[in-house]
Ligand binder design. Sequence first.
Ligand SMILES: [Zn+2]
Length: 310
Amino acid sequence: MNKEQLKKEQPVVYQTLSNALKRDHLAHAYLFVGPKGSPKNEMAVLLAQSLVCHHTDSDGFACQECDVCQRIRKEEAIDFKWIHGDKNRIKKKDILDLQSFFEATSVEIENRRIYFLEQFDQATPDASNSLLKFLEEPRPGIFAIISADEKSNVLPTIQSRCQWIQFRPASKQRFITMLEEMTDTESAKMLAQFGYTMEQAKEILAWPDFDLIKDSAKKYTMNWDDLSMILSMQREVFVAKSEHMQKEKIRFWLECVLYYTKENKKGISLSKQIHIQEILIEGMDMLRRPIELALFLDKLYNQIRKVVIS
Ligand SMILES: [Zn+2]
């Protein structure tokens, strides 16, 4: 994501940092807070680049193209350290290593060195305490960027030593673009439309029967007056007591059917489509209650079939 996209995606964050950069009025520590999927990492890299790039633009941001910017982006610059906390929790050792790294290495670029602690809300309590000591003795030219999904999971004493920058949730288009790295465009669009969070979408994409459920919904909407279609749903997909027969999977299947009802309009009048959509939405609502799933599905197939052949 380049700076133009960041400006569009996060105008308030962009403006706040732009003002600080232009006036050279920078905090020595920033706390980037925002839900998963918001471009905190991209903004951290841009801020780090902007602190050292010699070709800043009129907004105060880095060119993102020069040698220095490239090295930061590739994490090859000696004066930029990114501790990736997304897979492993940041530990005390990571913070101590960082401290000794900054003490041992010579200053390479413009007397400014930046460290980025990603997903610090997952860090261990020991890591938080070590970081606090680090932050309590700010050294000129060292900048901290700390990111967290939830501000409340960061020690209040750390919060108070940072300038807090709030990110807004990712736009639908960005959500789709991120999902497209994991799946096809159609599935990405569907998951975005269904209103899942990034975490939920990732979980659903990891289901071994994701394709089976989605494809069966598509086939179903193309042949739903056909009794053999219902039989194959009963025998091949939502078989009683099978691993597919779970509420969240049936809910996802209903969402897919709703999606394809709108996509494959052929042969069905608008009033029938609306009627079917009502049945599906009511079905999703019923799934919130304790129900017998096989019975629920049989009733639903029959209700829809009645509408189609009426
Ligand atoms: Zn540059």
